[in-house]
Ligand binder design. Structure first.
Ligand code: KG4
Ligand code: ZN
Length: 345
């Protein structure tokens, strides 16, 4: 086992091509991101085939740029980490093929990284890092989970979403209000102009025991509110903003209640919040208030590492490579993959 590794990380599970270089002693050396938002915006959501083709086009130049930015030569790289799931099959394969080919040519090990483990560990790229164990609220476009984390690879899923993920609910709300894609940032921006007192939306499943979540009822409530406003000739920009505000507050409150419950249940007072939705201002404010009241600590990735990026994959892969883990050529992509199947490091 070496104690210092320079690892190239590649993320391509959905609509962002991310590349980064992480050094286990020096930290993050360089990172670049190419987002496909413009490509998919005209369709109102991600078109998988277009995503895969674009990753193929963008990956090699982005890797070259990242090496150039850091003045790193391929000879200096000790390993390649790539997102091997969960995600869109074609998009995953685009990243996996490039990563595996480079590892083969450079004669270094390659490791397939679980995308959600990447998100979960993203706060480790910051100056102040959470100690284990902690509770992680993992909120992205495809997942909403509450996880007890005892170490890298030691994950116990305490709560999951029964239907729509938090990010999905934001995206669908944006779509019904015709705000565009991706919905989270659009809903959040419009909510700033919304009136807090106009609507009160339900906080789903908070009166039931347990840590599972469900956002599809909230989505229907939002739709019905919007349809009623249209019927009453009140489908104005202000109504849209008021709906966004009520929706965002309902999601933030629900997540906060569930996190409080998880911390109490597990007897822990450290909370890590990651995944695309963790960029949300209101959610952060409510969780910060909760942790302040409990005299505990909350940890988040910096804003640019909340959504998909190569840095989190380079970090997670580096930890696994450091522990001697690597995967052979047959390990390409796993579009469906539970976090609990991962090996402890
Ligand atoms: O983690 P991520 O980049 O991709 C997945 O792994 O799914 O998360 C993307 C999700 C999208 O649903 C997007 O709307 C949401 O994160 N998102 C936000 C915000 N920024 C991104 N949701 C709420 N507020 C935001 N500021
Ligand atoms: Zn993601």
């Amino acid at each position: 086992m070496t104690d210092s590794l320079l690892v190239l990380g590649i993320e391509s599970s959905c609509d962002e091509t991310g590349v980064a270089l992480y050094d286990t002693q020096k930290g993050l050396i360089a990172h670049n991101l190419y987002t496909q938002i413009e490509l998919h915006a005209q369709y109102g959501g991600v078109v998988p085939e277009l995503a895969s083709r674009d990753h193929v086009l963008k990956l090699t130049p982005l890797i070259q740029k990242t090496l150039d930015d850091a003045s790193v030569t391929p000879q200096e790289i000790n390993g390649v980490a790539y997102t091997s799931g969960p995600g869109l099959m074609g998009a995953l394969l685009a990243g996996a093929s490039v990563a595996r080919s480079l590892a083969y040519a450079w004669k270094v090990p390659a490791v397939g990284v679980h995308h959600m483990e990447g998100h979960l560990l993203a706060p480790m790229l910051e100056d102040t890092q959470p100690e284990f164990p902690f509770i992680c609220l993992l909120i992205s476009g495809g997942h909403s989970m509450i996880i007890r984390v005892d170490g890298i690879g030691q994950y116990k899923v305490l709560g999951d979403t029964l239907d729509d993920a938090a990010g999905e609910a934001f995206d669908k709300t944006a779509k019904m209000l015709e705000l565009g894609y991706p919905g989270g940032p659009k809903v959040s921006a419009l909510a700033l102009q919304g009136n807090t007192d106009r609507y009160k939306f339900p906080r789903p499943m908070v009166d039931r025991p347990g840590l599972d979540m469900s956002f599809s009822g909230l989505k229907t409530f939002t739709l019905n509110t919007w349809l009623k406003a249209q019927k009453e000739n009140d489908a104005t920009d202000q109504t849209k903003a008021d709906i966004c505000r009520a929706f965002e507050l309902a999601v933030a409150d629900t997540l906060t209640i569930k996190c409080k419950r998880a911390l109490e249940q597990e007897g822990l007072n450290r909370l890590v919040v990651s995944g695309g939705v963790s960029a949300n201002r209101e959610i952060r404010a409510k969780l910060d208030a909760l942790m302040k009241k409990r005299k505990g600590e909350a940890f988040y990735p910096r804003l640019e590492f909340c959504t998909d990026n190569g840095a989190m994959i380079a970090y997670a892969g580096a930890q696994r490579l450091l522990a001697g883990e690597s995967h052979d050529l047959s390990f390409a992509a796993t579009p469906r993959w539970s976090l609990e199947e991962l090996e402890a490091v």
